[in-house]
Design a protein around this ligand. Structure first.
Ligand code: NAD
Length: 491
């Protein structure tokens, strides 16, 4: 593996006006979750730090928006190559501060790079429409124009990918952009900004401001910020949505999730079990698309439970940079305790814990935040473990009479991020697509993760706003459509 990321403990820096500067002394340590060791320290930027970044961005915007669109995308082509060139080193760093496996980290970065690629197509994506002779002698054109300074506030679970759901589109459309990444794993964003610096954006067009709640509030309250993209937990998403709207900003706020997979008797059960386990346990369950409740048709329930337990037994819990590891640690000791509390709650509620990974010991990493897979059977819809987001390697199994009952269970959830169906019947798939209340649906796939050229869906308590991340939705979010009416009378 690369030595590019041999870590030396130091301060995570802000990137403002093309320069690196230490963020405030007030802050917290960044920990390697497999070792419990501090690997860096991140400062929490103050309101004054935010004021400086926003005024620099406002100034940079004036010139940037007037650059030909072809010129605005050249640094993105460069960034794509730089991200690819440094993908292994970035993935290694990601494992060190987040905990997921190296393969998962590489996959995450690939999905991020995909967004840079799609944003390179902005000359086409920005086209809005033209009607000749819309009225006698009149042509009408819609023009998509950038608005100014946008900010994104992103979560810990995909520090490499989620900033790229926004950044490339915001700048390609001609806006200036400020990222406030998660304070839990800010090193990958910092490294990506070193590459952004190399890619050749004018100073002030893309900036990095580290911080926590006060930093986010300063962005939300700043008149110079035109809009906020947020991804994180539902309670915070709701707050951001309300505050941003109250301050007259555009806002798109993606929240938490509780996703279901439905398995009907017509499904290839072996395949469905493999994909279900993969979906629930990948990234230790710390994914907003993790399907952590499986609703299985009664006639195949027992067989499916056995298959899932067999697959759970094959998992290897360990450090993400070790080759065999399939499940890494959870992000913090507090979150580990939270997941353990949910497992205890499930037992108290009467679900049967048929596979118990709580006592896993990882030799050499005794200080890590590890929890092995935990599989519950006979979960019912009233249970806390069936309703709340656990964000850990915990899968609940429940049985249902058939597709209609299963979809009813899915739709009882307060969340609407994703759902999957395993079936070999087209009619069941059609019903599922029409009836299931979630923004990302998949048939015979464990995780409904849309490619970057589709928007990333989300409904109910999983999304607040109307235009989503990625693709055309986010282009519309970052632009205003001016309607231009033109007549040339003979005079
Ligand atoms: P979080 O809500 O704790 O934090 C997200 C961001 O908000 C961070 O940058 C953090 O600094 C900031 N923040 C935290 N509390 C805040 C507050 N009170 N006011 C203002 N800003 C605040 O989320 P997390 O723990 O980092 O991430 C996990 C959550 O994100 C899960 O619920 C997961 O489902 C969700 N998520 C959703 C999606 C999606 O697409 N819907 C994608 C990834 C993660």
């Amino acid at each position: 593996m690369s030595t590019e990321t041999d870590l030396e403990y130091g301060d995570v820096k802000n990137y403002v006006d093309g320069e690196w500067s230490a963020s405030s002394e007030n802050g917290q340590d960044v920990l390697n979750p497999a070792m419990g060791e501090a690997i860096a320290r991140v400062g929490f930027s103050s309101k004054e730090d935010v004021d400086v970044a926003v005024s620099v961005a406002e100034e940079a915007f004036d010139e940037w928006r007037s650059q030909p669109v072809e010129e605005r995308i050249q640094p993105l082509f460069e960034l794509k190559h730089l991200l690819e060139e440094h993908q292994d080193a970035l993935a290694e760093l990601l494992v060190q501060e987040h905990g997921k496996t190296f393969a998962e980290a590489k996959g995450e970065l690939r999905r991020g790079i995909e967004n840079v690629e799609v944003a390179c197509g902005i000359p086409t994506l920005m086209q809005a429409g033209h009607v000749e002779n819309a009225a006698p002698g009149i042509d009408e054109t819609a023009v998509r124009q950038p608005l100014g300074v946008f900010a994104a506030v992103t979560p810990f679970n995909f520090p490499g990918m989620i900033p790229l759901w926004f950044l490339p589109y915001a700048v390609a459309t001609g806006n200036a952009f400020i990222l406030k990444p998660s304070e839990q794993d800010p090193l990958v964003p910092q490294r990506m900004f070193e590459l952004i610096d190399e890619a050749g954006f004018p100073d002030g067009v893309v900036q990095l401001v580290n911080g926590s709640v006060d930093t986010v509030n300063a962005l939300l309250e700043h008149n110079g910020v035109k809009g906020i993209s947020f991804v994180g937990s539902t309670p915070v998403a709701k707050t951001i949505y309300a505050k941003a709207a109250a301050n007259g900003k555009r806002v798109q706020a993606q929240g938490g999730a509780k996703n279901h997979v439905i398995v009907t008797e017509s499904a290839n059960l072996e395949f469905a079990a493999e994909k279900t386990i993969g979906s629930a346990l990948a990234c230790s369950g710390e994914r907003c698309l993790a399907n952590d409740v499986a609703v299985v048709e009664e006639s195949v329930y027992e067989e499916f439970v056995d298959l899932v337990v067999e697959k759970a037994e094959q998992q290897v819990v360990g450090y993400g940079l070790d080759d065999d590891t399939t499940i890494g640690p959870l992000i913090t000791p507090e979150h580990e305790q939270r997941v353990r509390n949910y497992v205890e709650t499930g037992i108290q509620e009467g679900a049967e814990l048929v596979y118990d990974g709580r006592n896993v010991v990882v030799d050499g990493y005794e200080e890590g935040n590890f929890v092995g897979p935990c599989i519950f059977r006979d979960v019912t819809t009233d249970m806390v473990i069936a309703r709340e987001e656990i964000f850990g390697p915990v899968l609940g199994l429940m049985s249902a009479g058939g597709i209609d009952e299963a979809i009813k269970i899915v739709n009882q959830s307060d969340f609407g991020n994703a759902a999957s169906l395993f079936t070999s019947r087209g009619a069941e798939a059609k019903t599922f697509r029409h009836e299931a209340e979630a923004g990302n649906l998949a048939v015979n796939a464990g995780t409904a993760a849309p490619m970057a050229f589709f928007h990333f869906g989300g409904q109910k308590d999983s999304f607040f706003g109307d235009l989503h991340a990625q693709a055309e939705d986010v282009v519309r979010f970052y632009t205003d459509e001016t309607v231009y009416i033109e007549r040339w009378p003979d005079s």
